[in-house]
Design a protein around this ligand. Structure first.
Ligand SMILES: Cc1cc2nc3c(=O)[nH]c(=O)nc-3n(C[C@H](O)[C@H](O)[C@H](O)COP(=O)(O)OP(=O)(O)OC[C@H]3O[C@@H](n4cnc5c(N)ncnc54)[C@H](O)[C@@H]3O)c2cc1C
Length: 539
């Protein structure tokens, strides 16, 4: 990604202006990233423009499951469930570290509920063609206690345990962006699309602004795909069109707590008092808990804040299932995302289908809306099919079986962990963290700098260098939130390494002292905003 130093960035912006692309993609979340990869693999010339950072929207704030969701099965959305269940296998083949099969336990309080889940899981496994070795099993009494010692087995005496796939959403986006670039596409972050160009009433490109330099550019293209997630309506309004269907933004909150406070060994599916799924997911030294689902009306704050009642809502099942009484003071941080859902009359946000749709305006602007992280490959195929038809491109769908960057390894994640611990002085936990982030590229990251930035921490100097050199990171936020996930899983460490990371980035990107200070202040403010609700409730 040639968008680092300002001189290189200027040249890259010149290059963007000097070509007529087959396609411009607006938005670098998972939807846009998948489209970039699919279009480039088909041989289309394609440029993706992202206003903030790759994955800065909802695609870094999900529950991070590549799943069909039993809930959708209960709602009768068989097609979504089948496709999702098959997709998780495909993503696992492309990047085993970004779709990691894990056991998910569903504890039940009554025999009826237990039977209901067993039947649902069996159907789910059949739809997803799950291998025999990966099929569910059921536990009761002592076996259940041994499997998950923290569970209150008196209140939840039976459980079914089945496979779901855990990803890292932002890392999946970055991997797809890099795959798109490797296949000949172009991707630029910090470029906001501000207008849609037309030639004789037909879309012919976009106007955009570099949010670093303020430079205005024009990028010409035969087709434009609007993949702006929660912002698709705003992008349509740039073309002075309204969408055929309205969007509903549904807010979802997650809490992060130290693993020591809830020492789960597996992912657990709990239910809130209003029968919504609340997942508790162990990840390294933390467990994250989520999510809520409520309609959100963007006001002055585009990105939603976490409310005290949402924290209480998520901690309630933790007390009921595990007998662990956590308060807001036990939480390390929070994150909140917005699901871009397609409005369905008379339905609450939790009842609305997660299906995706492609719309083409009279002027030829292609918009893709709705969907889930899990179905991103299929969404990309549908959007690129529509674009190829529109611009008369005859190429066929790509086989799409080239591994994503970091995904080119055989054997298990444990083998990769062993590989690292045999070569570097690190424990299994540190090696697992690196493999989950970088897959087979972890050794290359370590080669750039295996030293820790703070003693007792987890972030390595090489990760900062890698984020800048290979993954287009332009700010502290890009590195600490989306490339290394330090702000989510080690938020205290994120605060303590901010000045060191700013020094490293400043040296590489030519930042002034004032710019470094501004970056550190911005990072401090972001970390504080994530914990604001915890402080106010605890007080
Ligand atoms: C709480 C929560 C939990 C979820 N959990 C799961 C899960 O476990 N599994 C799953 O499969 N799905 C899950 N989802 C759904 C999934 O996260 C979303 O469907 C998906 O991330 C949406 O991706 P996107 O690319 O469409 O949108 P986004 O990720 O929001 O990307 C849109 C991008 O467009 C950019 N943009 C906007 N306007 C412009 C412009 N004018 N110019 C340039 N760029 C622009 C934005 O900056 C943004 O980066 C969850 C969602 C939420 C909210």
């Amino acid at each position: 990604m040639d968008f680092m130093k300002s001189s290189a960035r200027d040249n890259a912006l010149n290059a963007l202006e000097n070509q007529v692309y087959d396609l411009v993609v607006i938005g670098g979340g998972i939807t846009g990233a998948g489209i970039l990869r699919e279009a480039a693999l088909r041989g289309l010339s394609v440029a993706l423009l992202e206003a903030a950072d790759f994955a800065a929207g909802t695609s870094s704030k999900s529950t991070k499951l590549i799943h069909g969701g039993l809930r959708y099965l209960a709602m009768g959305h068989i097609h979504i469930v089948r496709e999702a269940a098959l997709e998780r296998k495909r993503v696992n083949q492309l990047a085993p570290h970004l779709a990691e099969p894990q056991w998910l336990m569903v504890p039940t309080s009554s025999y009826f509920e237990y039977l209901k889940y067993r039947v649902g899981i069996s159907v789910y496994e059949r739809l997803g063609q799950v291998n025999v070795s990966d099929r569910h099993f059921n536990l009761a009494a002592d076996e259940l206690k041994a499997f998950e010692p923290v569970l209150d087995v008196a209140a939840f005496p039976r459980a079914s345990v089945y496979r779901e796939y855990l990803t890292d959403d932002a890392r999946l986006v970055i991997a797809n962006i890099r795959a798109g670039i490797d296949a000949g596409g172009v991707a630029a972050n910090k470029i906001a699309v501000t207008g849609v160009l037309k030639d004789q009433g037909r879309v012919s490109g976009v106007q955009a602004r570099c949010t670093i330099s303020g430079r205005e550019i024009v990028v010409k293209a035969r087709g434009v795909i609007n993949a702006a997630g929660p912002w698709v309506e705003q992008v349509c309004s740039l073309d002075a069109i309204s969408m055929p269907k309205a969007m509903v933004l549904s807010k979802g909150v997650h809490l992060v707590i130290p693993h020591a406070k809830l020492p789960l060994e597996h992912m657990v599916f709990t239910q809130s008092l209003d029968q919504r799924p609340v997942f508790a997911i162990p990840r390294g030294d933390v467990v994250y808990i989520g999510t809520t689902d409520s309609v959100y009306q963007p006001g002055a704050k585009i990105w939603p804040e976490v409310l005290p009642e949402e924290i209480r809502y998520l901690l309630e099942p933790i007390r009921r299932y595990f007998g662990v009484r956590l308060t807001q003071a036990d939480c390390l941080t929070t994150w909140a995302g917005l699901r871009p859902l397609i409005y369905e009359a008379g339905k609450s946000s939790k009842e609305i289908s997660r299906k995706d749709e492609v719309w083409i305006s009279a002027s030829g602007l292609i918009t893709i809306a709705g969907g889930k992280l899990t179905g991103y490959r299929k969404m990309a195929e549908a959007a690129v099919d529509a674009a190829a038809d529109l611009i008369g491109f005859a190429g066929t769908r790509s086989a799409g079986d080239t591994p994503l960057p970091g995904g080119d390894f055989t054997g298990s994640i444990d083998d990769q962990v062993l590989h690292l611990t045999q070569r570097y002085p690190m424990n299994d936990g540190a090696a697992l963290r690196l493999v989950r982030l970088y897959g087979a590229e972890a050794s290359q990251v370590l080669a750039l700098g295996a030293e820790l930035l703070v003693s007792g921490g987890s972030l390595l100097a090489g990760e900062v260098a890698w984020a800048m050199q290979q993954e287009g990171a332009q700010s502290l936020e890009d590195v600490l939130y989306r490339r290394t996930r330090t702000a989510l899983y080690q938020p205290r460490e994120a605060a303590s390494v901010a000045s060191q990371v700013a020094a490293m980035m400043g040296a590489e990107l030519g930042w002034s002292d004032a710019k470094k200070a501004q970056e550190i202040a911005q990072m401090t403010a972001l970390l504080a905003a994530d914990t604001e609700s915890l402080v106010s409730v605890a007080a």
